[in-house]
Design a protein around this ligand. Structure first.
Ligand code: HEC
Length: 255
């Protein structure tokens, strides 16, 4: 039996849609963003119609069932059902789309804004591309001294940072619940493991007010630590953040 071309076309489109959803959601465990999916499906539908209407004859064959439904006197009953059903479906879909949502509006903001090339802190200018943690070298050269520096960094953290970022560095300090944006969770792979130590130095020294404009509309409560800590103290607390979480800072060099 020959499958009508209209049904074939619909079958191909539905099949590709199901394929996308199945492969992404179930096999890869990644949800495909709906805007991306609609873009893919737009091209799929356009492509399918291009193929199915390639010749005049195939185009005629494609619309034949629709034409018959509208014109054929013997299909009166189905026609009436379809013509009532379609407006009802569209109305239902529209109603569902228009019903108010009580969720907070999405605020798009960049969590890790691109750092400026140079930053100002402690009255000096630093070049972020070359800025290094002066204590990192002891990790291999003088392990005992390094442990001591990490311990000092831990003390600085507990005295200053844990109120917000938490004593387990998971962003759940006692003040965290009252803050929006929330203090960052350093245990998360998306935070310090993705960053260079110089980026952290910049963020800690200049805090929320040091964020560039593209990070707006932020009202970050992250304090400006250059007003309270010395440069060395900031570098030590950075050592502690990586040591405690067991993560490595991102770097350009291969280690
Ligand atoms: C008053 C609460 C508060 C305290 C205290 C605080 N922070 Fe934060 N911190 C935040 C908030 C909120 C953010 C997220 C918003 C932002 O990035 O500015 C943040 C972000 C950061 C970031 C950016 C991480 C990233 O992935 O971009 C670093 C690094 C950081 N804090 C380190 C520290 C250190 C180190 C201390 C202690 C010296 C500290 N913070 C103390 C609230 C706080």
């Amino acid at each position: 039996m020959k499958i009508p071309r209209l049904l074939q076309a619909v079958g191909v489109i539905v099949g590709i849609y199901a394929g996308f959803v199945l492969v992404f959601d179930y096999l890869l465990g990644q949800v495909i963003p709906s805007s991306l999916l609609s873009m893919y499906m737009f091209f799929v539908i356009a492509g399918v119609f291009m193929v199915y209407t390639f010749t005049e004859e195939s185009a005629r064959e494609l619309v034949a069932p629709i034409k018959a439904l509208v014109e054929d006197p013997s299909k009166k009953r189905i026609r009436n059902v379809v013509f009532i059903l379609i407006p009802l479906l569209v109305a239902g879909f529209t109603y569902q789309r228009m019903s108010p949502s009580f969720e907070a509006p999405v605020e798009l903001r960049s969590i890790h804004p691109a750092p400026p090339a140079t930053v100002k802190a402690y009255g000096k200018r630093y070049d972020l591309a070359t800025l290094k943690n002066p204590f990192r070298k002891y990790e291999k050269a003088k392990p005992e001294k390094f442990r001591e520096l990490v311990r000092e960094g831990g003390d600085i953290y507990i005295q200053n940072c844990q109120y917000c970022h938490g004593d387990k560095l998971d962003g759940r300090g006692p003040y965290a619940a009252g803050l929006n944006p929330t203090p960052l969770n350093f245990q998360d792979v998306g935070t310090i493991a993705q960053l260079q130590e110089s980026f952290l130095f910049w963020r800690i020294a200049t805090g929320g007010p040091g964020l560039p404009k593209e990070a707006a509309p932020w009202i970050s409560s992250m304090p400006v630590w250059q007003d309270f800590l010395t440069e060395e103290e900031i570098w030590k607390v950075i050592l502690f953040l990586y040591d405690y979480t067991g993560r490595r800072p991102r770097s350009w060099e291969h280690e």
